[in-house]
Every structure is written in structure tokens, then in C-alpha cells.
Design a binder for this molecule. Sequence first.
Ligand code: HEM
Length: 129
Amino acid sequence: MPSATTHPDPGVTREQLRLLVERFYGAIREDAQLGPIFDQRVRDWDMHLDKMTRFWCSALLREGSYHGNPIEAHRFGGLSVELFDRWLGLFERVSNEVLGELGASRIVPLARRMGRTIAMRAGIRSALD
Ligand code: HEM
């Protein structure tokens, strides 16, 4: 049993990650730049939200329930480093709202590292290049 002096568990739960995914893509769809890109490509939002919940649960909770290829999924025209930054800015805001500062401090750096890897390996460049 944790004693009263034990620090609160910084652990993030599957339920919180599901809520984060729901809120995040809600914000994405309202974003003037990101919304149209997603609405053009995502055919089934329920499936996308399930997939992204499995993605984050696998990354953070070692759930092992995501088996996809994020690099290939981002090899489509029109992506830029600037759009990735915008995506990450929204992700950071919603992560803080849903997970609090402590939970966000676990997921946001991970998302940043992934964003860099995906952008680099999918050949995404700055719009100014
Ligand atoms: C840190 C940045 C990002 C991460 C970690 C990320 C992660 C992912 C993952 C895991 C998938 C599912 C791949 C699969 O099908 O298995 C996905 C799909 C997708 N992502 Fe991202 N993404 C990021 C940035 C972006 C940005 C900036 C955009 C657009 C501006 C974007 C647009 C999409 C779209 C449209 C799909 C659906 C692809 C499809 O189903 O055809 N992503 N993303």
C-alpha cells in the first residue's frame, strides 16, 4: 500500500490516452490548416481513433497493440516540417489539458522525437526548402 508520503504515480492510463486522442483529433479537425488534410485522408474516424489509441498505448504503456507503419502513412504530398510543428503544438496543448503537466512531460518529448523521425524518414522537408 502506498503511504501518504508516497509521490503520486505519474503513470498515464489507457483511459486517459483514449481521451487525449479524442480531444486531440477534435482539435485537429477544427484547425484550419490540419483539419482539411485529415478529413481528406481519414475515411473512418472511429478506426483512426482506435488505431491512434493503440499507437500511444503501445508507445507509453508497452501494450503491443499497434502494428502499423507510421513512416509509410506519412508519405503523401503536401506535408511539411511546419505542419509537423503545428501538429506538435496542438498535441502539447491538449496533452497538458488532459494529462496535466506531469503526464504531458512523459508523452510530449516522445511525440517530438517521433515527429522528427517520421518527418526525416518520410522525406518531409521545410516548405521553405
Ligand atoms: C509527431 C507527429 C506525428 C505522429 C507521431 C503521427 C503519428 C501517426 C500514426 C501512428 C498514424 C497511423 C499510421 C498507420 O496507419 O498505422 C498516423 C496517421 C496519419 N497521420 Fe500522422 N503523425 C504525426 C504528424 C502528422 C502530421 C503533421 C500530419 C498532417 C499534417 C499527419 C497526418 C496523418 C494522416 C492524414 C494519417 C492517416 C493516414 C491514413 O490513414 O492514410 N500526421 N499518424
